[in-house]
Ligand binder design. Structure first.
Ligand SMILES: Cc1ncc(COP(=O)(O)O)c(C=O)c1O
Length: 287
Protein backbone atom coordinates (compact mmCIF):
# COMPACT_ATOMS: atom_id res chain seq x y z
CA UNK A 1 0.00 0.00 0.00
CA UNK A 2 1.21 3.51 -0.80
CA UNK A 3 -0.25 6.05 1.60
CA UNK A 4 -0.31 9.55 0.08
CA UNK A 5 0.07 11.06 3.51
CA UNK A 6 0.25 14.70 2.41
CA UNK A 7 -3.08 15.47 0.84
CA UNK A 8 -5.18 16.12 3.93
CA UNK A 9 -2.29 17.58 5.86
CA UNK A 10 1.26 18.10 4.61
CA UNK A 11 4.07 16.61 6.68
CA UNK A 12 5.97 19.30 8.58
CA UNK A 13 9.47 20.12 7.40
CA UNK A 14 12.14 20.24 10.10
CA UNK A 15 12.66 24.06 10.02
CA UNK A 16 8.91 24.52 10.50
CA UNK A 17 8.85 22.22 13.49
CA UNK A 18 11.94 23.96 14.88
CA UNK A 19 10.38 27.43 14.51
CA UNK A 20 7.36 26.24 16.48
CA UNK A 21 9.28 24.44 19.21
CA UNK A 22 11.74 27.33 19.57
CA UNK A 23 8.85 29.67 20.19
CA UNK A 24 7.21 27.40 22.75
CA UNK A 25 10.54 27.15 24.57
CA UNK A 26 10.92 30.94 24.45
CA UNK A 27 7.39 31.35 25.87
CA UNK A 28 8.22 28.98 28.71
CA UNK A 29 11.44 30.89 29.44
CA UNK A 30 10.37 34.55 29.25
CA UNK A 31 6.56 34.44 29.15
CA UNK A 32 4.02 34.42 26.33
CA UNK A 33 3.56 38.18 26.00
CA UNK A 34 7.29 38.88 26.02
CA UNK A 35 7.93 36.09 23.51
CA UNK A 36 5.26 37.51 21.17
CA UNK A 37 6.82 40.97 21.40
CA UNK A 38 10.27 39.53 20.68
CA UNK A 39 8.96 37.78 17.54
CA UNK A 40 6.62 40.54 16.31
CA UNK A 41 8.53 41.02 13.07
CA UNK A 42 8.41 37.33 12.19
CA UNK A 43 4.71 37.22 13.00
CA UNK A 44 4.14 40.01 10.48
CA UNK A 45 6.15 37.91 7.97
CA UNK A 46 3.16 35.58 8.00
CA UNK A 47 0.84 38.25 6.61
CA UNK A 48 3.40 39.60 4.14
CA UNK A 49 4.34 36.18 2.75
CA UNK A 50 0.75 35.00 2.32
CA UNK A 51 -0.06 38.33 0.64
CA UNK A 52 2.84 37.85 -1.75
CA UNK A 53 1.60 34.35 -2.57
CA UNK A 54 -1.88 35.45 -3.64
CA UNK A 55 -1.09 38.91 -5.05
CA UNK A 56 -2.35 41.36 -2.45
CA UNK A 57 -1.09 43.54 0.38
CA UNK A 58 -0.38 42.32 3.92
CA UNK A 59 -3.23 44.55 5.16
CA UNK A 60 -5.66 42.24 3.28
CA UNK A 61 -4.66 39.08 5.17
CA UNK A 62 -6.10 37.81 8.44
CA UNK A 63 -4.78 34.73 10.22
CA UNK A 64 -7.45 32.13 11.06
CA UNK A 65 -7.45 28.86 12.99
CA UNK A 66 -8.70 26.95 9.92
CA UNK A 67 -10.14 27.50 6.49
CA UNK A 68 -13.59 26.87 7.92
CA UNK A 69 -13.08 29.43 10.67
CA UNK A 70 -11.99 31.98 8.05
CA UNK A 71 -15.04 31.10 5.95
CA UNK A 72 -17.63 31.39 8.72
CA UNK A 73 -16.03 34.60 9.95
CA UNK A 74 -16.37 35.99 6.43
CA UNK A 75 -20.02 34.86 6.25
CA UNK A 76 -20.70 36.50 9.62
CA UNK A 77 -19.75 39.87 8.10
CA UNK A 78 -22.59 39.78 5.59
CA UNK A 79 -25.81 41.23 7.02
CA UNK A 80 -28.10 38.59 5.50
CA UNK A 81 -31.83 39.24 5.48
CA UNK A 82 -34.80 37.00 4.81
CA UNK A 83 -35.06 36.25 1.10
CA UNK A 84 -31.40 37.01 0.31
CA UNK A 85 -29.90 34.49 -2.08
CA UNK A 86 -26.59 32.65 -1.75
CA UNK A 87 -25.64 31.39 -5.20
CA UNK A 88 -23.23 28.46 -5.10
CA UNK A 89 -22.35 25.33 -7.07
CA UNK A 90 -23.04 21.62 -6.84
CA UNK A 91 -19.40 20.90 -5.96
CA UNK A 92 -18.82 22.90 -2.84
CA UNK A 93 -17.26 21.96 0.50
CA UNK A 94 -19.63 20.26 2.94
CA UNK A 95 -19.00 22.62 5.90
CA UNK A 96 -19.67 25.65 3.70
CA UNK A 97 -22.97 24.14 2.65
CA UNK A 98 -23.90 23.38 6.26
CA UNK A 99 -23.12 27.02 7.13
CA UNK A 100 -25.44 28.14 4.30
CA UNK A 101 -28.18 25.85 5.63
CA UNK A 102 -27.65 27.27 9.10
CA UNK A 103 -28.06 30.77 7.65
CA UNK A 104 -31.22 29.56 5.93
CA UNK A 105 -32.54 28.19 9.24
CA UNK A 106 -31.76 31.36 11.22
CA UNK A 107 -32.24 34.17 8.68
CA UNK A 108 -34.39 32.67 5.92
CA UNK A 109 -31.83 33.05 3.12
CA UNK A 110 -32.31 31.01 -0.05
CA UNK A 111 -29.51 28.72 -1.18
CA UNK A 112 -29.42 28.23 -4.95
CA UNK A 113 -27.09 25.77 -6.72
CA UNK A 114 -26.01 26.57 -10.26
CA UNK A 115 -26.08 23.47 -12.48
CA UNK A 116 -22.98 21.66 -13.68
CA UNK A 117 -21.95 21.87 -17.32
CA UNK A 118 -22.97 18.67 -19.15
CA UNK A 119 -19.37 18.18 -20.37
CA UNK A 120 -18.17 17.53 -16.80
CA UNK A 121 -15.93 20.61 -16.65
CA UNK A 122 -17.56 21.90 -13.47
CA UNK A 123 -20.19 24.55 -13.00
CA UNK A 124 -21.96 25.83 -16.10
CA UNK A 125 -20.73 29.43 -16.11
CA UNK A 126 -23.38 30.69 -18.55
CA UNK A 127 -26.16 29.16 -16.42
CA UNK A 128 -24.59 30.63 -13.29
CA UNK A 129 -24.41 34.10 -14.85
CA UNK A 130 -28.08 33.83 -15.86
CA UNK A 131 -28.91 33.09 -12.21
CA UNK A 132 -26.76 36.04 -11.11
CA UNK A 133 -28.71 38.36 -13.40
CA UNK A 134 -32.12 36.95 -12.43
CA UNK A 135 -31.63 36.60 -8.68
CA UNK A 136 -29.06 39.31 -7.84
CA UNK A 137 -27.61 37.06 -5.08
CA UNK A 138 -26.33 38.64 -1.87
CA UNK A 139 -23.35 36.29 -2.16
CA UNK A 140 -21.75 34.17 -4.88
CA UNK A 141 -19.76 31.36 -3.23
CA UNK A 142 -17.52 28.94 -5.14
CA UNK A 143 -14.99 26.32 -4.04
CA UNK A 144 -12.01 26.48 -6.41
CA UNK A 145 -10.83 22.88 -6.03
CA UNK A 146 -13.47 20.74 -4.32
CA UNK A 147 -12.17 18.23 -1.80
CA UNK A 148 -11.78 14.93 -3.58
CA UNK A 149 -12.96 14.91 -7.19
CA UNK A 150 -9.99 16.56 -8.91
CA UNK A 151 -12.27 19.23 -10.37
CA UNK A 152 -10.94 22.78 -10.81
CA UNK A 153 -13.77 25.29 -11.00
CA UNK A 154 -13.49 28.26 -13.41
CA UNK A 155 -13.26 30.85 -10.62
CA UNK A 156 -11.73 33.54 -12.84
CA UNK A 157 -14.44 33.28 -15.51
CA UNK A 158 -17.10 33.46 -12.77
CA UNK A 159 -15.28 36.38 -11.16
CA UNK A 160 -15.35 38.46 -14.35
CA UNK A 161 -19.15 38.32 -14.34
CA UNK A 162 -19.40 38.89 -10.60
CA UNK A 163 -17.36 42.09 -10.98
CA UNK A 164 -19.42 43.21 -13.98
CA UNK A 165 -22.61 42.79 -11.92
CA UNK A 166 -21.01 44.22 -8.79
CA UNK A 167 -21.91 41.26 -6.55
CA UNK A 168 -20.07 39.89 -3.50
CA UNK A 169 -17.78 36.90 -4.26
CA UNK A 170 -16.37 34.43 -1.73
CA UNK A 171 -13.91 31.78 -2.95
CA UNK A 172 -12.87 28.72 -0.96
CA UNK A 173 -9.30 28.13 -2.11
CA UNK A 174 -8.44 25.62 0.62
CA UNK A 175 -7.33 22.97 -1.87
CA UNK A 176 -5.73 25.31 -4.38
CA UNK A 177 -3.54 27.77 -2.43
CA UNK A 178 -0.01 26.42 -2.64
CA UNK A 179 -0.95 23.92 -5.34
CA UNK A 180 -2.08 26.34 -8.07
CA UNK A 181 -1.07 29.92 -8.82
CA UNK A 182 -3.62 32.19 -7.14
CA UNK A 183 -4.05 35.87 -7.92
CA UNK A 184 -6.98 37.39 -6.07
CA UNK A 185 -7.22 40.27 -8.54
CA UNK A 186 -7.40 37.92 -11.51
CA UNK A 187 -10.05 35.89 -9.72
CA UNK A 188 -11.92 39.10 -8.87
CA UNK A 189 -12.97 37.79 -5.46
CA UNK A 190 -13.92 39.91 -2.46
CA UNK A 191 -13.07 37.24 0.08
CA UNK A 192 -10.93 34.10 -0.16
CA UNK A 193 -10.19 31.42 2.40
CA UNK A 194 -7.56 28.70 2.74
CA UNK A 195 -5.75 26.46 5.17
CA UNK A 196 -1.96 26.45 5.66
CA UNK A 197 -1.71 22.76 6.55
CA UNK A 198 -2.17 21.32 3.06
CA UNK A 199 -0.06 22.54 0.13
CA UNK A 200 1.71 25.23 2.16
CA UNK A 201 2.89 22.55 4.60
CA UNK A 202 2.22 24.65 7.63
CA UNK A 203 1.04 23.23 10.96
CA UNK A 204 -2.47 22.17 11.84
CA UNK A 205 -4.76 24.83 13.28
CA UNK A 206 -3.79 27.48 10.75
CA UNK A 207 -5.46 29.20 7.82
CA UNK A 208 -6.19 32.64 6.51
CA UNK A 209 -8.81 34.96 5.10
CA UNK A 210 -8.16 37.43 2.27
CA UNK A 211 -10.33 40.54 2.50
CA UNK A 212 -10.32 42.92 -0.46
CA UNK A 213 -9.95 46.68 -0.05
CA UNK A 214 -13.45 46.93 -1.55
CA UNK A 215 -14.89 44.91 1.34
CA UNK A 216 -12.84 46.78 3.94
CA UNK A 217 -13.89 50.17 2.55
CA UNK A 218 -17.55 49.11 2.40
CA UNK A 219 -17.38 48.57 6.16
CA UNK A 220 -17.90 44.80 6.35
CA UNK A 221 -16.83 43.47 9.73
CA UNK A 222 -17.23 40.11 11.51
CA UNK A 223 -20.28 39.80 13.73
CA UNK A 224 -18.16 39.25 16.83
CA UNK A 225 -15.38 41.73 16.40
CA UNK A 226 -13.04 42.07 19.38
CA UNK A 227 -10.71 44.68 20.83
CA UNK A 228 -7.98 43.71 18.36
CA UNK A 229 -10.23 44.16 15.34
CA UNK A 230 -11.87 47.33 16.62
CA UNK A 231 -11.14 50.31 18.84
CA UNK A 232 -13.63 51.24 21.54
CA UNK A 233 -13.68 54.97 20.73
CA UNK A 234 -16.56 56.24 22.91
CA UNK A 235 -18.83 54.68 25.57
CA UNK A 236 -21.37 53.39 23.04
CA UNK A 237 -19.16 53.20 20.00
CA UNK A 238 -16.39 51.18 18.39
CA UNK A 239 -14.53 51.61 15.11
CA UNK A 240 -13.18 48.64 13.12
CA UNK A 241 -9.50 48.91 12.20
CA UNK A 242 -8.75 49.65 8.55
CA UNK A 243 -7.19 46.31 7.64
CA UNK A 244 -8.14 42.63 7.58
CA UNK A 245 -6.93 42.59 11.18
CA UNK A 246 -10.57 43.34 11.98
CA UNK A 247 -11.17 39.63 11.22
CA UNK A 248 -8.52 38.48 13.71
CA UNK A 249 -8.72 38.15 17.46
CA UNK A 250 -6.40 39.49 20.10
CA UNK A 251 -5.26 36.02 21.12
CA UNK A 252 -3.00 34.16 18.66
CA UNK A 253 -1.36 30.73 18.67
CA UNK A 254 2.02 32.39 18.09
CA UNK A 255 4.02 29.19 17.61
CA UNK A 256 1.56 28.11 14.90
CA UNK A 257 1.75 31.48 13.13
CA UNK A 258 5.55 31.33 13.25
CA UNK A 259 5.44 27.76 11.91
CA UNK A 260 3.38 29.01 8.94
CA UNK A 261 5.82 31.85 8.31
CA UNK A 262 8.71 29.36 8.40
CA UNK A 263 6.88 27.08 5.94
CA UNK A 264 6.42 30.00 3.53
CA UNK A 265 10.09 31.00 3.86
CA UNK A 266 11.20 27.42 3.17
CA UNK A 267 8.98 27.21 0.12
CA UNK A 268 10.49 30.41 -1.27
CA UNK A 269 14.01 29.19 -0.52
CA UNK A 270 13.37 25.95 -2.41
CA UNK A 271 11.95 27.75 -5.42
CA UNK A 272 8.50 26.23 -5.06
CA UNK A 273 5.98 28.50 -6.70
CA UNK A 274 8.15 29.41 -9.65
CA UNK A 275 7.64 26.46 -11.97
CA UNK A 276 4.33 25.25 -13.32
CA UNK A 277 3.71 21.71 -14.52
CA UNK A 278 3.02 21.62 -18.24
CA UNK A 279 0.09 19.25 -17.89
CA UNK A 280 -2.03 20.65 -15.05
CA UNK A 281 -0.67 24.17 -14.57
CA UNK A 282 -0.12 23.37 -10.87
CA UNK A 283 3.11 24.41 -9.13
CA UNK A 284 5.87 21.82 -9.24
CA UNK A 285 9.44 21.47 -8.02
CA UNK A 286 12.15 22.97 -10.22
CA UNK A 287 13.86 20.25 -12.25
C1 LIG B 1 -12.32 22.53 -0.35
C2 LIG B 1 -12.16 22.60 1.13
N1 LIG B 1 -12.61 23.66 1.79
C3 LIG B 1 -12.49 23.78 3.12
C4 LIG B 1 -11.88 22.80 3.86
C5 LIG B 1 -11.83 22.96 5.34
O1 LIG B 1 -10.56 23.28 5.79
P1 LIG B 1 -10.28 23.31 7.38
O2 LIG B 1 -10.28 21.88 7.82
O3 LIG B 1 -8.95 23.98 7.50
O4 LIG B 1 -11.36 24.07 8.02
C6 LIG B 1 -11.39 21.65 3.23
C7 LIG B 1 -10.72 20.60 4.00
O5 LIG B 1 -10.30 19.60 3.55
C8 LIG B 1 -11.53 21.54 1.82
O6 LIG B 1 -11.11 20.47 1.16
Amino acid sequence: MIHFNNSGCGLLARPVLKAMIDHLVLESRIGGYEAAAAQAERVSDFHASIAELIGCHARNIAFAGSATQAYTNALSAIPFQRGDVILTTRNDFISNQIAFLSLRKRFGVDVVHAPDHPDGSGVDVAAMVKLMRELRPRLVAVTHVPTNSGLVQPVEAIGRHVRELDLLYLVDACQSVGQYPIDVHQIGCDLLTATCRKFLRGPRGSGFLYVSDRVLNDGYEPLFIDMYGARWVAPGQYRPVNSAQRFEEWEFPYSVVLGCAAARALRAARGIGQHRGAHTGAWCLPT
